[in-house]
Design a protein around this ligand. Structure first.
Ligand code: FAD
Length: 534
C-alpha cells in the first residue's frame, strides 16, 4: 500500500496541500489495493463474456488495430508502454461494461478517438504498465438535424466525417472546429478545438450544447445528470480525465453560399517575408471576424492561407488596405478563389470534398514523426526579432512556425466560460513544429533528436517575446507537450488551474472524492491528478 501511494504521488502535480489530501485519500483508498492485484485475465474474460471485441498483445490484429490511428508515427516504434489490450466498443453499453471490467480487475483504461495526441497519450504510457486502450473508432455516427441546426456526433468520428455529414444536410451550415480532417472529435472537443471559423464562431467547445459521458463507475450521464461543473470541465478541460465522452450535441453555425480562399507565398529575399509577418501579426487579429489569415514560416518563406466568409470582391480591399490591411501580400484577384464552405474545408487540406471521409492519412503524415509545442503571443514581436527567427530556421528545412490569428469571437468570450483560457489580449498562437522521416535508417535511436532540439531551443529563445507580466506563458492543451514539465497546469489553463475551486481542479477533486475519477481506474494524463511525464 505504501509503495503504491508513493509511486502514485510522484506522478501528481498538484499544489502541496492538495497533494497531501490526495496522498491521504490514496493511502486509505481500497481501489489502490485492487489495482495492486490487477487481473488482466479477469479483464479479458469480463469483456469476452459481454461479447466485446478485444485484441490482445501478441495477436496479429493487435498491432494492426493499435497502429491504425497512431498519428505521430514516432510512437510506432515498440519502445514506450503499449496497452495490453485494444478494446473495440460497438455501442454505449460496451463502453460502460469495459469501464466496469477495468475497475473490477484493476486494469486502467486509456481512451483513443482519432489518435492525434501529440504525445500519444491516448494509446501509450510513459510511466504506467498494464493498461488497456478503449478504441472509439467504431462509434462514429453523425446525425444532423437541419431543422434545429444541431447535430449529434460520436467521439470516434473524424472532423472530416463531421464536416461532410453537415454539408450533405445543408449548404448553409458549418461547424467551427480544427483544420486537419483525420483529427478525432473525442480528443479535439475535449481540449477546445479551433480552425478557420474561430474568429467568427469561436471554438468547437463553445458550440457544444449537450454530451453523453460514461464516468469511472460506468454510469452513463448527460448534461443534466453530470451537472454544470462536469459539463463545464469536459468542454476544454482535457481529454481522458473526466471519463469517456461518447457523443456531443453541437450547435451548427450559418455559412454563406460563397466562401473565398487564397494562398500567397512571400519569399524572404530582401526581408520581404519578415516584413509581411511583422505586419500580419498586428493586422490579422484585428481584421473583420469573417476573415481568417494563417501564416506559416518555413524555409525562408512565409505562406499566408486565408478563408473568408464572403466574396473575393469584398475580400480584396480588406487585405490590400494601406491602413488596416497587409498590402505586403500583393494579393491579386487571380489569387482569390470562390467556393462553398465545404470546398474550402477540403481546399485548406489540399484535398477534395470526397476525401473528407477518408480515415487514412497521406503517405507524408504516416511516415514522418514530429515534435511540436505552442505559445500565445500578446504583444507584437519586433521586426529585428522576426529576422532572427527566420535565421534560426535556416538549415532546418522541415521546421515550421504556424501562426494562428485570434481576436473576433475568440476575445469576446469570458476567460472562465470554458476551461480554454486564451481569450482577450491574445493576438495569435504560435506553434513550433519540426518533423523527420521515421524510417530514415537511423539505427542509433536518435532519429528526430536534431529536429526536437530545434523546437526546444526555439521555445527557449521565444521566452522574452511570449511572456507577459500579468499572465504566465500559455500553451494549447490540444498540442500537448510533456516538455512543459510540472508547470503544465497554469500554461494550459492559466489562472483557471487550481484557482477556481468550484471548477477545473475543483471538479477533479470532487469527482475524485466521490470515486468518479480515479487513477486506479483511468489513467489520467492531464489535468486531473497524474502528470505522466515525471
Ligand atoms: C496533424 C494534426 C493537426 C491538428 N490540427 C488541429 C487544428 O487545426 N485545430 C486544433 O484545435 N487542434 C489541432 N490538432 C490537435 C488536436 O486537436 C488534438 O491532438 C486532439 O486532442 C486530437 O484528438 P483525437 O481524438 O484525434 O486524439 P486522441 O489521441 O485519440 O485523444 C487525445 C486525448 O483525448 C483523450 N480522449 C480521446 N477520446 C476521448 C473521449 N471520447 N472521451 C474522453 N477523452 C478522450 C485521449 O485519452 C487523449 O488524452 C491537430 C493535431 C494533429 C496531429
Amino acid at each position: 500500500g505504501v509503495v503504491a501511494t508513493i509511486s502514485m504521488a510522484k506522478r501528481f502535480n498538484l499544489a502541496a496541500p492538495l497533494l497531501l489530501t490526495l496522498t491521504f485519500l490514496f493511502s486509505s483508498c481500497s481501489m489502490i489495493s485492487s489495482s495492486s492485484q490487477a487481473s488482466p485475465a479477469g479483464f479479458l474474460q469480463c469483456l469476452t463474456k459481454a461479447n466485446i471485441s478485444v485484441f490482445e498483445q501478441g495477436e496479429d490484429l493487435f498491432n494492426t488495430q493499435l497502429d491504425k490511428y497512431i498519428r505521430n508515427p514516432k510512437f510506432l516504434a515498440n519502445t514506450t508502454g503499449r496497452p495490453l489490450y485494444v478494446v473495440m466498443p460497438a455501442n454505449a453499453h460496451h463502453v460502460q461494461i469495459a469501464v466496469r471490467c477495468g475497475s473490477l480487475n484493476g486494469v486502467p483504461l486509456r481512451v483513443r478517438s482519432g489518435g492525434h495526441d501529440y504525445e500519444g497519450l491516448s494509446y501509450r504510457s510513459v510511466g504506467i504498465e498494464g493498461f488497456a486502450m478503449l478504441d472509439m473508432s467504431e462509434l462514429r455516427t453523425v446525425v444532423v438535424d437541419n431543422q434545429t441546426s444541431t447535430a449529434w456526433v460520436e467521439s470516434g468520428a473524424t472532423l472530416g466525417e463531421l464536416y461532410y455529414a453537415i454539408s450533405k444536410a445543408s449548404d448553409l451550415l458549418g461547424f467551427p472546429a480544427g483544420v486537419c480532417l483525420t483529427v478525432g472529435v473525442g480528443g479535439h472537443f475535449s481540449g477546445g478545438g479551433f480552425g478557420t471559423l474561430m474568429r467568427k464562431h469561436g471554438l468547437a467547445v463553445g458550440n457544444v450544447i449537450d454530451a453523453e459521458l460514461v464516468d469511472a463507475n460506468g454510469t452513463l450521464l448527460n448534461k443534466t445528470t453530470m451537472g454544470d461543473d462536469v459539463f463545464w470541465a469536459i468542454r476544454g478541460g482535457g481529454g481522458g480525465s473526466f471519463g469517456v465522452v461518447l457523443k456531443w450535441q453541437v450547435r451548427l453555425v450559418p455559412v454563406p453560399a460563397t466562401v473565398s480562399v487564397f494562398k500567397v507565398s512571400v519569399s524572404n529575399s530582401q526581408g520581404a517575408a519578415v516584413q509581411a509577418v511583422t505586419k500580419w501579426q498586428k493586422v490579422a487579429p484585428a481584421l473583420p471576424e469573417e476573415l481568417y489569415i494563417r501564416a506559416l514560416v518555413q524555409n525562408d518563406m512565409a505562406v499566408f492561407r486565408a478563408v473568408f466568409l464572403g466574396t473575393c470582391d469584398a475580400l480584396l480591399p480588406l487585405v490590400m488596405s494601406r491602413s488596416d490591411g497587409i498590402p505586403e501580400l500583393n494579393l491579386r484577384r487571380s489569387d482569390c478563389k470562390e467556393m462553398t464552405w465545404i470546398e474550402s474545408v477540403a481546399y485548406v487540406n489540399n484535398a477534395t470534398v470526397e476525401d473528407l471521409t477518408k480515415r487514412t492519412t497521406s503517405e507524408f503524415d504516416s511516415s514522418n514523426g514530429f515534435k511540436a509545442t505552442t505559445d500565445y503571443v500578446r504583444r507584437p514581436i519586433r521586426r529585428e526579432v522576426w529576422a532572427k527567427i527566420f535565421n534560426k530556421q535556416l538549415g532546418q528545412p522541415n521546421a515550421q512556425i504556424v501562426l494562428v490569428p485570434y481576436g473576433g469571437r475568440m476575445s469576446n468570450v469570458k476567460e472562465d466560460a470554458t476551461p480554454f483560457p486564451h481569450r482577450a489580449g491574445v493576438m495569435y498562437s504560435m506553434q513550433l513544429y519540426n518533423y523527420w522521416p521515421v524510417d530514415s535508417g537511423d539505427e542509433s535511436g536518435n532519429a528526430g533528436a536534431v529536429q526536437s532540439k530545434w523546437v526546444r531551443d526555439m521555445y527557449a529563445f521565444m521566452s522574452p517575446y511570449v511572456s507577459s507580466n500579468s499572465k504566465s506563458r500559455g500553451a494549447y492543451f490540444n498540442c500537448r507537450d510533456l516538455d512543459l514539465g510540472p508547470d503544465w497546469g497554469p500554461k494550459y489553463f492559466n489562472s483557471l488551474f487550481g484557482k477556481h475551486l468550484g471548477r477545473g481542479m475543483g471538479v477533479c477533486t470532487r469527482m475524485f472524492m466521490k470515486g468518479l475519477v480515479m487513477g486506479s481506474r483511468f489513467l489520467l494524463p492531464f489535468p486531473c491528478l497524474v502528470y505522466d511525464g515525471n
